[in-house]
Design a protein. Structure first.
Length: 615
């Protein structure tokens, strides 16, 4: 993957502002450690940081191509999985290619189809194309939002970038939180409202959207939406079609000119990817697939099964690795590392995140990068197929709230009275829930239970899944590691979206349809294994460490967090010992230790970015 950024200012000569562009570019070095690129005209500047994955010699950016009197320049972050198909079609239309890169194919697609080119793409991407003839900038983001793309308009200045830190490197952009930004951090966090950039005047282009900016202004439109329609296939046909889609998707995403691996937890989703990848690599005469898992020192000693994490991964990783015949490595992390990496993970994400779930992935990616540049991950299958516990929990299923946000009242009690009054958290959360509900593409005539499961699936895909995709992108790209998420292939998503819930859960099992589609690919005991989430540390030393650090923060008169929370309520929380089996306050993994660590991250974030509050 890569990092991209750009700048349009109609009344300025941007060739005079190269130092600013270089500063913006430098913030993206971790995303693209292999090369830097710049393209500047009088009113437009594009920049790029490259992580070379396909055609290292021929894919330099920004890239300019001409067709007739049309001259266009692109800066692009992503990977196309239908490059060969597009190249064949465009060649038949008379285009000649000079590289093997998907960048040239994408740019040529724009030359042929204009802004409708996005409808032809299968991949993960965020890109900008400057059309010199029409003086128009075109931005687009992939359908599921795997790759990030932020933008801001400040007066006559329009800026875009892969990460928030890059926009903040421009002197026109300030790290200011208004009331909505505060609510995103303290009410919605670590999730975000789609399109919200948290900082004032910064937005994120929503998944499946594109943006046109020219002298007439800015126009944003969706180019892809989920469409609800009756599912046309019976169970057996659905299993066959799903199996074919999975195999085609996984194979397409193995294209790479650099070392590739998979992340293997021993769960259903990552095991399926690893098994099919290992089989494909063996069939094509490539090296034995490398797989990686993460675990924690002494975790087996402290692990206690509960509803949200029914079993640990270690034994299952070995079972699958041996069955599919891969070269497996386990990365072992220790508790002090997780606490120490909280700050680095916050800076990588540009926002407070999922506490040690972020910092562990940060450290995990650092180790993987020593051996590989591309990895495939099982992220997002649970949102698409309905694997999370909240899909089956009657207490949350019909609740008028996002089902992964447990105990919102408990979070509110931690806010200072002034912040509580300013934010009106209950109302803000209700508004965001109703906003999501109004977007759901319902199927006319669908029975109430099926309709509700469609709603929960939509919430999970559009409100919870982006939190995990943000985590995956930022933690991996902090080390120049490209992680692909095959379950986000839009063809797969479109097909599974309309499979009725009772068919999705055939055999009375979570993700039952997926298990049936993988029969014969994975051993029966792995197919029958209950879902277990990304592993976290269970060492009580982690809780003790974040308790000490948060206590120090509260005692520091210069702490920005201390001014925003109810100090006594947080101190009371510091004295509470976690109850085994208790519900997480966010998602599946974030319990009391992660709540404290989240507050630690908020404080570190506000200090690092020198966040200003202007309600």
């Amino acid at each position: 993957m890569c990092g991209i950024a750009g700048w349009v200012e109609w009344e300025a000569d941007l060739s005079q502002h190269m130092p600013i562009l270089e500063k913006m570019n430098s913030t993206l070095i971790p995303r693209g450690p292999d090369a830097a690129g710049f393209w500047i005209s009088r009113h437009v500047a594009l920049t790029h940081r490259r992580l070379a994955v396909v055609d290292p010699a021929g894919g330099s950016q920004p890239m300019t191509r001409r067709s007739g009197n049309k001259v266009c320049t692109i800066t692009y972050n992503g990977e196309l999985y239908n490059t060969a198909d597009l190249k064949d079609e465009l060649t038949s239309r008379g285009y000649i290619f000079t590289t093997n890169s998907d960048t040239e194919v994408l740019l040529t697609s724009y030359l042929e189809w204009g802004t409708n080119c996005v409808e032809h793409l299968n991949g993960i991407f965020a890109f900008a194309i400057w059309d010199e003839l029409n003086e128009t900038l075109f931005l687009a983001r992939d359908r599921m939002g795997v790759k990030p793309l932020f933008y801001t308009k400040k007066g006559d200045v329009f800026l875009f970038a892969s990460e928030l830190k890059c926009l903040l490197a421009h002197p026109a952009v300030e790290p200011v939180l208004d009331t909505e930004g505060l609510a995103e951090i303290f009410v919605m966090g670590p999730s975000r409202t789609p399109g919200h950039g948290v900082f004032r005047d910064i937005a994120e282009l929503k998944p499946g959207y594109c943006l046109v900016y020219n002298r007439q202004g800015m126009h944003i439109r969706p180019y892809w939406i989920l469409i609800s329609q009756p599912h046309p296939h019976d169970l057996n046909s659905t299993v066959v079609n799903l199996r074919d889609l999975l195999q085609d998707t996984f194979k397409r995403q193995l294209v790479s000119d650099v070392p590739i691996c998979t992340l293997l937890s021993g769960g259903l989703d990552s095991s399926a990817i690893s098994a099919i990848a290992a089989r494909e690599m063996a069939a094509t005469g490539k090296d034995i697939l490398r797989t990686f898992s993460v675990d924690y020192i002494d975790n087996e000693r402290y692990f206690q099964a509960d509803h949200f994490q029914p079993n640990s991964d270690s034994q299952w990783v070995g079972r699958v690795a041996e069955y599919i015949g891969v070269q497996h490595s386990t990365v072992m992390l220790d508790t002090p590392e997780l606490v120490e990496a909280l700050d680095a993970a916050t800076v990588a994400r540009d926002l407070p995140g999922m506490a040690d779930v972020d910092s562990s992935l940060y450290l995990f990616c650092r180790e993987i990068k020593r051996s590989a540049t591309v990895a495939l991950s099982g992220e997002c299958a649970d949102e698409i197929f309905g694997g999370y516990p909240w899909f089956r929990d009657p207490s949350t299923l019909w609740s008028p709230n996002f089902p992964w946000m447990n105990d919102p009242d408990g979070r509110v009690r931690l806010l200072s009275p002034e912040l509580h009054s300013l934010l009106n958290p209950t109302q803000y959360l209700e508004e965001k829930y109703q906003e999501a509900l109004s977007e759901v593409p319902h199927l006319r005539g669908e029975e109430p239970y099926e309709a509700r499961m469609r709603e929960i699936t939509y919430f999970s895909m559009t409100r919870f899944m982006p939190t995990l995709l943000d985590r995956k992108d930022r933690m991996s790209m902090a080390f120049g590691l490209e992680i692909r998420v095959p379950y986000c292939d839009h063809r797969l998503v479109e097909y599974v979206w309309n499979i009725p819930w009772r068919m999705k859960t055939c055999n009375q099992m979570e993700k039952g349809i997926l298990r049936q589609a993988l029969t014969g690919i994975l051993p029966d005991d792995v197919l029958a294994r209950r879902k277990s989430p990304y592993p976290k540390t269970h060492n009580p030393g982690y809780l003790a460490s974040v308790q000490r650090r948060l206590a120090e923060i509260l005692a520091d008169p210069s702490s920005p967090l201390a001014q925003l929370v109810n100090g006594q309520a947080v101190r009371d929380l510091l004295q509470v010992k976690p109850v085994a089996g208790g519900k997480p306050w966010f998602g599946q993994l974030m319990k009391e230790p992660q709540l404290l660590a989240y507050l630690v991250q908020v404080d570190a974030w506000m200090r690092h970015y020198r966040v200003q509050i202007r309600p």
